[in-house]
Design a protein around this ligand. Structure first.
Ligand SMILES: [Zn+2]
Ligand SMILES: [Zn+2]
Length: 345
C-alpha cells in the first residue's frame, strides 16, 4: 500500500510501505477513505519539532473497517468509522473520566500504529478509539466531510470554548484564525455566545470566522489589536479562547481577558515563556484552563449535531487533494495557501 512518509524538513513523500496487520486481539485494520493535514503537522514539517525519519504521518483518519481482532465488539468489517487524533482504550481511569488523551493504554498515530495519511491503518484499542458513523450516513459524502474535522480541530475548538466556560449570552474572544480558532468560533456560537470577537491576520480566514458566527473581527496586530478588542468588549471578555499556542497569542489572550475571566487554551505551546503572561494573569486574576483536547469525550455530542444538520465545520477545508497530493498539501499549508487540507485517499 501507499502512504505519506516524512523524510526531514520540508520533505514528505508518498511511497510504498507494508500493509498493516492485526497484531493484538483489540486491533482493527481500517481502509482510509478521508484524512487531513493538520496545522500541528507543520511543526515537524518545518523542523521545529523532532519527528522520526523516515516517519509515517497523519492523525485524522476516517475510513471503512476491513478486519477486526477477536476481542473487538463495537465495530465490524464494513463499518464507516473515524478516529480522534489520540488512541484510547475507553476503559481506564482517565478514559472513564473523559480525559482520553491521558489514557493509560493510549498513544498517538504515526510510528508503528501507522499514520493516517496512507491507504490503511492499524487501529489499536479499536473499541475505545474508533467512532462508528451511523449506517444511514455511512456513504453520505457531504456528511462525511462535515464529520472529518471532528477527528481533531472541531473538538479542539470546542474544548477551548468549554474550558473558557462559554455559556449562552456570553461575550467571547477567539485568538487565532487557523482551523482550530475558526472551529472555536463555531463552538462558541453553538454554546450560545452572543458576541464573538475573532482575532487573526488573514482576511480570507476571518471571512470564514464571520460565516461561523463571529460578530466582530479584528485583524490588527500587537498593541493595536489588544486595544481594539478591549474597547469592543468594554474592558475585556470573560471568556477567551487561545487557539495558537505561541507566546504572543498567549500574551494577547491574557491581555484581552476581563479581570476574573478565563482563558481556555488548546494551542500546543511552542516556545512559550510563561513568565511573560503570568504577570498579566496574576494581576487580573485570570484563570487558565484547557490543554490537549480529549476529542473522544466530545465526539458523540458533536456528531449528533452534524447529523442533525446544525453543525458544519467542513468550510475549514479550503483545499482537497488525493493521496499523491499530500506533499503539495503540506506545501500549501506551510505557505498559508490553505487553512486545512482534506485528503481523499
Ligand atoms: Zn490534527
Ligand atoms: Zn484508557
Amino acid at each position: 500500500m501507499d502512504a505519506a512518509v516524512f523524510h526531514g524538513e520540508g520533505d514528505i513523500e508518498v511511497e510504498e510501505v507494508p500493509d498493516p496487520e492485526i497484531r493484538d486481539p483489540t486491533d482493527a485494520v481500517v481502509r482510509v477513505t478521508h484524512t487531513a493535514i493538520c496545522g500541528s503537522d507543520l511543526w515537524f514539517y518545518r523542523g521545529q519539532r523532532d519527528y522520526p525519519t523516515p516517519g509515517r504521518v497523519g492523525h485524522e483518519p476516517m475510513g471503512i473497517v476491513e478486519e477486526v481482532g477477536e476481542d473487538v465488539t463495537h465495530v465490524r468489517p464494513g463499518d464507516r468509522v473515524f478516529s480522534p487524533f489520540s488512541i484510547s482504550c475507553g476503559e481506564c481511569e482517565f478514559c472513564r473520566k473523559g480525559l482520553h488523551t491521558s489514557c493509560e493504554n493510549g498513544a498517538g498515530w504515526g510510528g508503528e500504529n501507522t499514520g493516517a495519511q496512507g491507504e490503511k491503518i492499524r487501529a489499536p484499542h479499536a473499541d475505545g478509539t474508533l467512532v462508528r458513523v451511523p449506517e444511514r450516513y455511512a456513504d453520505d459524502e457531504s456528511v462525511l466531510e462535515s464529520l472529518l474535522p471532528l477527528t481533531d480541530v472541531m473538538c479542539t475548538g470546542h474544548h477551548a470554548a468549554v474550558s473558557a466556560g462559554v455559556e449562552a449570552g456570553d461575550t467571547v474572544v477567539v485568538v487565532g484564525d487557523g482551523a482550530v480558532g475558526l472551529c472555536g468560533v463555531l463552538a462558541a456560537k453553538r454554546l450560545g455566545a452572543e458576541r464573538i470577537v475573532a482575532m487573526g491576520h488573514h482576511e480570507d480566514r476571518l471571512e470564514i470566522a464571520e460565516e461561523f458566527g463571529a460578530t466582530e473581527v479584528v485583524s490588527a496586530r500587537g498593541e493595536e489589536a489588544v486595544e481594539e478588542v478591549t474597547e469592543l468588549t468594554y474592558g475585556g471578555a470573560n471568556h477567551v479562547l487561545e487557539c495558537v499556542g505561541a507566546e504572543s497569542s498567549m500574551d494577547t489572550a491574557f491581555r484581552v481577558a476581563r479581570p476574573g475571566g478565563t482563558v481556555g487554551y488548546v494551542g500546543v505551546p511552542a516556545g512559550v515563556d510563561e513568565a511573560a503572561f503570568l504577570d498579566t494573569a496574576f494581576g487580573k486574576n485570570v484563570g487558565l484552563e484547557g490543554g490537549v483536547a480529549p476529542v473522544r469525550a466530545y465526539v458523540d455530542d458533536l456528531m449528533a449535531d452534524v447529523l442533525q444538520g446544525t453543525l458544519d465545520p467542513s468550510p475549514v477545508f479550503t483545499k482537497t487533494v488525493g493521496l499523491d497530493g499530500v506533499p503539495e498539501g503540506y506545501r500549501a499549508m506551510d505557505q498559508r495557501d490553505a487553512v486545512k487540507v482534506m485528503v481523499k485517499v
